[in-house]
Ligand binder design. Structure first.
Ligand SMILES: *Cc1c(COP(=O)(O)O)cnc(C)c1O
Length: 432
């Protein structure tokens, strides 16, 4: 399988090159040159999530050095379940928060780490994985590379702008993980990382890579839990399953779209955003107008210019507009808070603020008379956002065991000015 850039100005590459390089040389995002076709029957003998993952990814890895290891990589990455839990008639919750950092990003971060570890030339100096995070990505990437020989991770997060438990988690790793709390915004952190990645003299001194959501190695593996849940639903109840996906940078949701396009039994897909409504506005008007991001209760989705938008355009480039089965709806903070309270009262379920955007969007569909089968995607465990969720439900939300273990460890993050020279000096001091 060959991969092209969304901007079309780069020669096609194989997946191993695309995985290791993140962004295409022309600044675009890598996309598969053609979409494979799978049939639900192809998955008949897949006994668990890891097996479904390997089956759905296999055609995308045709010709890869990783193909022979794909089963082992998926067994490593998908070592914890992604259960579909019934919530109400016709409604299930797809729980993606059973990994080490209690958010869905664990699956793909672990897949990327397992892949890069196998692609790494052991003769070269350690690879530095640079990540800017608004909260969840940094922890998932740090956990996936923690104590992995040949890698170190440098995480930059905006000081004071992540949830307290997110901050603790980010600083709890130590060893080969260096956590920097930057006096600036998430956008500032991203600018610093981009500058380092584009700094030719720095790159001469060290092997640098990134692990943000535009990486192909994070996009593709997210198909696995959509494939597994849709197949499970089809086996039990017949027919297709519709999804509401909390959306920020459009990585996770476009994996659901991709799973549908390659032939999995998925029906409608609705993107739930917070008050950052660039996607709902695009679907309504056909015009894409990036905005500065605004801070909301669902902070991992505070995105005004979704980094995967080019992939959305590319997927439907031959059509005048995205298909009718794909839509978007925005949820203001007041509705996020009301939904968390209502879901607790009606179903005794504590939802994280991101998951609540999807629950709210589904409640609107139900109110308009939709009686079809829907899965609401739960992107993080509510205990990660206890300072928001507990006051709204009026009860303690216990942390799951892996999160509790991380919170019990001491945490340390180095303060850093919003200053590129400071980052550069630190990277050089780490030994290139
Ligand atoms: C990252 C994140 C999202 C948004 O996912 P995208 O792939 O950026 O659309 C939603 N919820 C949580 C909890 C997240 O960490």
């Amino acid at each position: 399988m060959n991969y092209l850039s969304t901007r079309g100005a780069t020669a096609s590459v194989d997946i191993d090159v695309a995985l290791a390089s993140g962004l295409a040389p022309d600044g675009g995002l890598y996309v598969p040159a053609r979409l494979p076709r799978l049939d639900p029957g192809d998955f008949a003998d897949c006994a668990n999530l890891a097996a479904v993952a390997a089956r759905v990814l296999r055609p995308f890895f045709a010709g890869s050095r990783l193909l022979a290891d794909l089963d082992a990589i998926c067994a490593e990455a998908y070592a914890f379940p992604a259960p579909l839990r019934p919530l109400a008639a016709g409604t299930q919750v797809l729980e993606l928060f059973h990994g080490p950092t209690a958010a869905f990003k664990d699956y793909a971060a672990r897949f990327l780490a397992a892949s890069l570890a196998r692609l790494r030339d052991t003769e070269t100096p350690p690879t530095t994985v640079l990540v800017a995070t608004s909260g969840d990505t940094g922890a998932a990437v740090a956990a996936a590379f923690h104590r992995r020989p040949g890698f170190r991770v440098v995480v930059l997060y905006p000081d004071g702008r992540v949830a307290p438990r997110q901050a603790h988690q980010l600083g709890s790793f130590g060893d080969n993980v260096h956590t920097l709390r930057v006096a600036g915004t998430f956008d500032d952190c991203q600018v610093l990382v981009k500058r380092a990645l584009g700094d030719a003299s720095l790159r001469q001194a060290s092997v640098l890579t990134s692990a943000n959501s535009i990486s192909l190695g994070r996009w593709l593996p997210q198909m696995a839990y959509y494939a597994a849940s849709a197949l499970e639903h089809a086996r039990r109840h017949g027919g297709t399953l519709n999804y509401v996906v909390p959306t920020g940078n459009l990585g996770n949701a476009l994996a659901c779209v991709l799973a549908r396009l390659v032939g999995l039994p998925i029906g409608d897909i609705v993107l739930a955003t917070n008050a950052n409504r660039v996607l709902p506005d695009y679907f309504a008007s056909g015009r894409y107008r990036p905005q500065p991001s605004i801070a909301t209760l669902a902070n991992a989705m505070d995105v005004g210019n979704p980094s995967n938008f080019e992939r959305l355009r590319w997927l439907f480039a031959d059509q005048p507009a995205p298909p009718a089965w794909l839509r978007a709806d925005a949820v203001e903070d007041a509705d996020i808070a009301a939904t968390i309270g209502r879901t607790w009262r009606e179903h005794a379920l504590a939802a994280c603020p991101h998951t609540a955007t999807a629950l709210c969007v589904l409640a609107r569909l139900r109110a308009a008379g939709d009686t079809r089968e829907w899965a609401v995607v739960a992107t993080a465990h509510p205990a990660k956002f206890d300072s928001i969720v507990e006051p709204l439900v009026g009860a303690p939300v216990p942390a799951p065991a892996p999160l509790a273990a991380m919170l019990a460890r001491p945490a340390q993050a180095e303060p850093m000015a919003n200053d590129y020279d400071a980052l550069r000096a630190l990277l050089l001091a780490l030994g290139g």
